[in-house]
Design a protein around this ligand. Structure first.
Ligand code: MN
Ligand code: MN
Length: 468
């Protein structure tokens, strides 16, 4: 009896996602390398949502995108963008079909977990100067100690002047750090669970230690820091009250592994998807059938709320203006629109296999990961995409040579999480989650593979190029 008796059936009936390196073309591999370089540059230029918006505008302007102004003529091929308060941005390329037939939307977020300065951050303790922080997003606090950190953000003075701050990125810039207890005296700390070994109130950033010369008064180190800030940024202690300064890892993103197949960096969640969308939109060579929209929002890590979050009406307002120019009702446009909500997935980590169902978890290098649903427990909080839409995306991926896989966020009842998909779906827009699989998600340094990052962009290119 031949072992291969069922070869044909095996080939036809069984399904297993493939490693991208088994199926990618030479062309893909070359494009992937170029993509990786562009992505690393984007990551390094975009450590906060404000910086991501700026970099997006810079890249889009190079490709002929114009800031949207009410009343401007919108014809097929017109490229526009609109930023809300410099913290979220919508971009669009007007398609051949009228907006009454819907759009193709890709949505991602551009905020990442980090430490934000408290409103009153600056203090001196034991002749050292510190910043108090309040962490932003979900973090394992112990991971953020002893990591070189940079300060990014803005201080807005009472007269409205915006002072931009970025310290800790240039090679000769100083950096900052959250200290940790020496192991020699950590007997009690080491017995604590990871969740409480380092607490939120211990995430204080060391920023100075040199007192002013010949100063007998208290808080001399703190005053020296303030004098430096006054000299270089023109700010006073009170100005921190109207500031948004984030403490983020200062390391630059770089290639990871002997084979350079991966990228180690801060903020892959969700800039790997934001860049995938942006790259797909900016590398468009033909006028799309459907208007292509890219929404990059802030505040996903804390619930997509607020003036710059995915739930904000700014998106409706932007789309409504486009619709008005064609005398189309916004709701009519949304009802026919389709969206890929691009947010990172958890890559299976063989060091922690117990939290995943291996048959239903994204794997590194197996391409962009679609998620029919996310959520916790009984899919709670998830946007469960209709099977019809999943089938369509499968078809698009196959037709366009996209390496892809389907995943779930870990084992049933292991935890869970949500993303922005539900907020797009709530607008009556057909929405499917997709994203780049990530290792060490929400850590100061996260890992993605170049293959998966590239394939995510390729999937969105296919989606924007949709003709159905
Ligand atoms: Mn995310
Ligand atoms: Mn996240």
């Amino acid at each position: 009896m031949s072992e291969n008796k069922y070869e044909a059936q095996r080939e036809r009936l069984l399904y297993a996602p493939k490693n991208g390196y088994e199926v990618a073309t030479e062309e893909d591999l070359a494009a992937m390398e170029a993509y990786g370089k562009g992505y690393i540059a984007f990551l390094n230029a975009s450590k906060t949502e404000r910086e991501a918006v700026k970099e997006t505008i810079r890249l889009a302007s190079e490709k002929g995108f114009l800031p949207y102004v009410p009343g401007m003529e919108l014809k097929p091929g017109t490229k526009i963008y609109s930023s809300n308060y410099g913290k979220s941005i919508s971009l669009a390329v007007i398609g051949k079909k009228p907006l009454s037939e819907g759009t193709r939307i890709a949505a991602a977020h551009i905020d990442s977990p980090r430490l934000d300065l408290k409103p009153n951050p600056l203090y001196e303790d034991d002749d050292m100067a510190w910043f108090k922080t309040h962490y932003y997003g979900g973090i394992k606090k112990y991971q953020w100690t002893t990591v070189p950190m940079a300060l990014h953000g803005v201080v807005v003075k009472q007269d409205g002047q915006v002072v931009e701050v970025c310290i800790g990125e240039k090679d000769d810039d100083p950096v900052f750090v959250v200290t940790d207890l020496l192991i020699h005296l950590a007997e009690q700390q080491m017995k604590k669970p990871l969740a409480t070994g380092v607490t939120g109130e211990q995430l204080n950033v060391l920023i100075g230690s040199r007192p002013l010369p010949e100063d007998e008064d208290s808080d001399s180190v703190k005053l020296a820091v303030l004098m430096y800030l006054q000299e270089h940024y023109g700010i006073t202690e009170e100005d921190f009250l109207s500031a948004e300064i984030s403490v983020v890892p200062s390391a630059k993103a770089r290639e990871l592994g002997f084979d350079r197949s991966m990228i180690l960096g801060y903020g892959h969640d969700d800039r790997s998807c934001a860049y995938a969308e942006l790259n797909a939109l900016l590398s468009m060579t033909e006028i799309p059938e459907y208007t292509s929209v890219c929404l990059l929002a802030d505040k996903e890590e804390i619930g997509s709320v607020g003036i710059s979050g995915m739930q904000c009406d700014a998106f409706e307002f932007f789309m409504e203006q486009l619709c008005d120019s064609q005398n189309v009702k916004l709701r009519q446009c949304f009802a026919k629109s389709q969206c890929i909500s691009a947010d990172v997935a958890n890559a299976f980590d063989p060091n922690y296999p117990e939290v995943s169902d291996k048959r239903n978890n994204a794997r590194l290098n197996h391409g962009v990961c679609f998620m029919k649903y996310t959520g916790s427990r009984g899919k709670s909080g998830s946007s469960d995409a209709p099977a019809e839409f999943v089938a369509k995306i499968r078809r698009l991926c196959r037709e366009n040579g996209v390496v892809w896989q389907m995943g779930e966020l870990g084992k049933v009842d292991a935890g869970g999480g949500g993303t922005v998909a539900g907020f797009m779906a709530n607008r009556n827009i057909l929405t499917l989650d997709a994203g780049v699989p990530v290792l060490s998600m929400h850590a100061p340094q996260e890992v993605v593979s170049k293959m998966d990052a590239y394939m995510t962009s390729k999937a969105i290119m296919a989606f924007y190029g949709d003709k159905e």
